[in-house]
Design a protein around this ligand. Sequence first.
Ligand code: UDP
Length: 236
Amino acid sequence: MESRYKKVILKLSGESLANRDDARSIESIGQEIDTVIRQGTQMGIVIGGGNIFRGHSHGEKSSSETRIKDDQIGMLATIINGLALSKIFAQIGLKTLIQSAIGIDGMVDRFSVENSTKFMESGGVVIFCAGTGNPYFSTDTAAALRACELGADVLLKATTVDGIYDKNPKMDKNAKKLEKIDYIEALSLGIAVMDFPAFALCKENDLNIIIFNMNIDGNIIKAIHGEQVGSIVGKF
Ligand code: UDP
């Protein structure tokens, strides 16, 4: 089947590497990525760090000094995850290149649009780590940023929920899944699956976001083929 999207940035949270019993293995996610690359899609992954360290909880108050240090630890956590992801993907035969927003000489290369583009064009997966390289941001925002910088056709946000609902499905059995939702509506619903700066960057650059459940086999392939999976956030 023909892929609808030719260049894709996938945001994977650190939790995807946490090896939980109820979650899919990262190897099976890698195999889906291998399939879409063979079908001609270029792939980049922005990896989170929340399984190791999350610098800040929403609404939490801390001094800027504390916040900056916490966020630096968080960004380093994403580099550890990037190295782990690269190792696992190499074991299943994927070619990977790590691109980091902060330099660690001899271990990971600094992010460059040119090198990332070349590697994706050659059929390899680029793993982006260290977020944006700045505190006060998240890896969701980094994913939106890399997608814009590299001219991706879509941003896939892997989650453990089936998409965006009009009400909390855990609290209300009448909650309805929204297959298509406008950026503004997503923002006004206070959608918790992605942060505000990430939505804002996608909106400003007309980049659609597909929010989907990564624990369902085949969802990455289906989303890239343009089949209805999860919720799509865009200009509607
Ligand atoms: N972080 C940061 N700047 C960035 C991206 C991430 O300071 O541009 C820090 C922040 O502390 C964050 C942590 O890295 O909590 C891990 O990233 P995130 O929470 O986005 O990971 P995920 O929840 O996706 O695993």
